[in-house]
Design a protein around this ligand. Structure first.
Ligand code: SAM
Length: 228
């Protein structure tokens, strides 16, 4: 099995609003919607979405660290990410980003926007928390998003973790959207069928929805989960 990304654990690598908008087909989501960005990391989605009128909270275990430490962790992993993306370039479609340099530039833009906002809103917009146990009441969010955490790190996180995590997201939010649904090495997630079966058996309505975005080749769908 090819493994171009030589990474130590889940990386603090963050994306921007327009990327989330495409991953999760957010065109149907009204401003004012209460959104949870679970595993938000150093993404600038929360601050950029708030500026557009969405009511966003981000939750991530790294919010227990200060902005300087998150920035240092980003710098420590940046080289491995760039090298991995260069080696794995054939596994990506480049129409959205253009080049590996442009991807990296975006990650830095996201990090800078995130850190500036995090310093001001740590503990309010940014909550230190880890799936599968979130410190939120039932139904406080309209929509929970998980970008580039669940399924992507499926080699490290087992099927039971995924089921528990999605159940938890569906407890705190009426609807859950997860993207992408493939592994870090580009294979379709082996957990996905079992997770969907488990969710259906528990009365949830999981469905695969095609989104207007493809970077990792074949990652063209999000998982949407609603309650009955
Ligand atoms: C690759 S980053 C993605 C960040 C952001 N969602 C994005 O797409 O730009 C994955 C994030 O998952 C977070 N993470 C790791 N374990 C987690 C857990 N148990 N619950 C929630 N988030 C977790 C990491 O700290 C990291 O910030």
């Amino acid at each position: 099995m090819l493994k171009e990304f030589n990474l130590d654990g889940v990386v603090p690598w963050g994306r921007r609003f327009d990327e989330y908008e495409a991953f999760f087909a957010l065109g149907d989501v009204a401003t004012g919607t209460a959104i949870l960005d679970a595993g938000g990391g150093p993404a600038s989605f929360a601050v950029e979405a708030a500026a557009r009128g969405f009511d966003v909270t981000a939750a991530d275990p790294i919010y227990g660290f200060d902005g300087g430490k998150i920035r240092r962790r980003f710098e420590e992993t940046a080289r491995a990410m760039r090298e991995g993306m260069r080696l794995a370039a054939y596994r990506f479609k480049w129409n959205f980003y253009g080049s590996e340099e442009a991807v990296h530039r975006r990650r830095r833009e996201a990090l800078d926007l995130f850190v500036a906002d995090f310093e001001r809103r740590r503990g309010s917009r940014y909550v230190a928390a880890a799936l599968p146990d979130l410190p939120f009441a039932d139904d406080v969010y309209d929509l929970a998003l998980s970008s580039h955490f669940l399924f992507l790190y499926g080699d490290e996180l087992d099927c039971d973790f995924h089921v528990a995590a999605v159940r938890e997201l569906a407890r705190v939010a009426r609807e859950v959207r997860i993207f992408p649904l493939i592994n870090l090495d580009g294979r379709p997630s082996s957990h996905l069928p079992a997770v969907m079966t488990e969710l259906e058996a528990s009365g949830f309505f999981p469905e695969l929805v095609t989104v207007p975005f493809e970077f990792q080749i074949g990652a063209t769908q999000m998982l949407r989960v609603r309650r009955g």
